[in-house]
Design a protein around this ligand. Structure first.
Ligand code: SF4
Length: 159
């Protein structure tokens, strides 16, 4: 399946816990002021890749503990992102996903991707709430949600 990609960082230490294969999906409509990845906004930018090629890259890497879907906005390419997340789980990797949506306002089709996601970092970047001391996120409104615990308890649970 085709996917539009801005970048891939095969061994990232800053996009979630542990060493992670970070996939920056191309395309975001939010244009948050101060966004760190403005090159990912253009919906027609980046490079088109085959999800199978990306899966082949991360399945061979014995160092990575998980994959991170980030961007850009992963939920704008939900089917391709789901394919990557599903494959990662098959190979025993955990899945983190960043989104500009809040958990409560995700698109209706989000569940197909969410069922393979362990940790969701939600909410758009707000420059007025920027805090450099935060782990794995840029502004205070963003939350790191433990989706497995949230599903287990039926209550939103932070990581
Ligand atoms: S949602 Fe994320 S990628 Fe999109 S503009 Fe905001 S900070 Fe940038």
């Amino acid at each position: 399946m085709n996917i539009r990609i801005a970048d891939i960082v095969p061994e990232s230490f800053v996009d979630g816990a542990g060493v992670r294969f970070a996939i920056f999906l191309q395309g975001c409509k939010r244009h948050c002021r101060g966004c760190h990845n403005p090159q990912t906004h253009d919906l027609n930018g980046g490079t088109i890749m085959d999800t199978a090629d990306i899966i082949n890259q991360f399945k061979k890497d014995s160092i990575v503990r998980g994959i991170t879907l980030t961007g850009g906005e992963p939920f704008l390419q939900i089917e391709a992102a789901t394919e990557l997340a599903c494959a990662a789980k098959k190979f025993g990797l955990n899945v983190w996903c960043y989104t500009g949506f809040t958990f409560e306002n995700l698109p209706r089709q989000a569940e197909q991707l969410l069922k393979f996601v362990d940790v969701l970092v939600d909410g758009e970047y707000r420059e007025s709430e920027r805090d450099l001391s935060l782990l794995f996120r840029g502004s205070k409104n963003q939350r790191i949600i433990d989706l497995r615990a949230t599903r287990r308890t039926s209550r939103l649970t932070l990581w």
